[in-house]
Ligand binder design. Structure first.
Ligand SMILES: Cc1cc2nc3c(=O)[nH]c(=O)nc-3n(C[C@H](O)[C@H](O)[C@H](O)COP(=O)(O)O)c2cc1C
Length: 307
């Protein structure tokens, strides 16, 4: 159909693609390169803040490393980010390094579609940007999409304290493998931030892809606490050690003790240690990746399952 051919030239690709991936994702490998060294950081880097865009890792990769994303099967370069060291955080015996993103490019689309799609996406972002509303610059969103070349799993975070209970979706999360820490980057405006800093305990429900609609509905709880656990559209079960209500249908439930929290730009970066890990079900987990990544996979005739 001529419409299928013409569409990419008049309409931008969606920024994000919501996909079903069996965890842990191994489709894309992330590698840090610096001063003649390189290290696999597929399970050792995370987004710490969106404004400015900050990446955290438990490696010290020097002042100006490059973070590369490659298709694990073919080795094809999908994109890269140029990083600049900003600061470090010392927690117990671990040190995390925080990097600003200075530049980035992806290779999921060929020329001339790549610059043209970027231009269309940026134009749409500028048009729909409410002036007083929090929104990163289009260039930073393009760089964030590159960071999402490693599909990011979605979890529901549960908080349960006297007088405050909540459950909301997060994907700015991740293990920081070498340090044994696990990070959550939560917007400073999230209603549960002060409670999480105080009680220092959360449960993470790794959610099956078919529950996408229920998961997205819970995004409202970034602003409003949950009134009653029984009001949720799905059953809950107590987490193993802390007894925090978590989704009964979760593939996996992890409990996290928060050992450190600090503001990083627009987000509160929580760092914790996993105290329990219940593997409950096999199945695909809800993930987010960049729209141009899914377009690339489609061209390879290996698209991710749409959630
Ligand atoms: C699947 C999903 C994952 C999300 N992950 C995060 C996250 O990791 N950190 C965060 O601060 N907000 C996260 N959010 C919340 C949104 O970014 C946003 O703050 C929330 O929906 C409120 O929207 P608004 O303040 O833009 O109106 C997530 C939302 C959804 C639906």
């Amino acid at each position: 159909m001529w419409k299928d051919w013409i569409r990419p030239y008049v309409r931008p690709l969606p920024q994000w693609s919501v996909v079903a991936v069996a965890p842990p994702q191994q489709v894309v490998t992330a590698t840090l390169h610096w001063d003649g060294h390189s290290a696999d950081v597929t399970a050792d880097h995370t987004v710490a803040s969106l404004v400015p865009l900050v990446i955290a890792t438990s490696l010290d990769a020097g002042q100006h490393p490059v973070l590369e994303y490659r298709d694990s099967a073919s080795g094809k370069l999908l994109g890269f980010l140029r990083l600049v060291q900003a600061t470090s955080i010392v927690i117990e015996k671990s040190t995390l390094t925080l990097y600003h993103v200075a530049a980035g490019e992806h290779r999921c689309l060929g020329w001339p579609l790549r610059p043209w799609n970027g231009w269309l996406q940026n134009r749409l972002m500028r048009k729909s940007r409410a002036p007083q509303h929090f929104a990163p610059e289009p260039t930073a969103v393009q760089q964030l999409m590159i960071a999402y070349l490693c599909p990011r799993p979605v979890v529901l975070v549960s908080v349960d304290a006297p007088g405050h209970q909540n459950i909301f979706p997060m994907d700015l999360i991740g293990p920081l493998q070498r340090s044994g820490l696990f990070s959550l980057a939560l917007r400073n405006t999230n209603i549960s931030v002060p409670v999480m800093r105080e009680v220092r305990q959360v449960a993470l429900s790794n959610m099956p892809a078919p529950m996408k609609a229920a998961i997205y509905k819970l995004a409202e709880h970034h602003k409003h606490p949950l009134q009653d656990w029984s009001a949720l559209p799905f059953p809950v079960r107590p987490s193993r050690e802390f007894g925090i209500p978590a989704a009964a249908a979760a593939l996996r439930i992890q409990e996290l003790t928060i050992v450190h929290s600090q503001e990083v730009g627009s987000h509160m970066l929580f760092l914790g240690r996993i105290v329990s890990d219940e593997q409950l079900e096999e199945g695909t987990q809800l993930h987010h990746t960049a729209g141009f990544h899914q377009a690339y996979r489609r061209r390879q005739r290996a698209p991710f399952g749409e959630a």
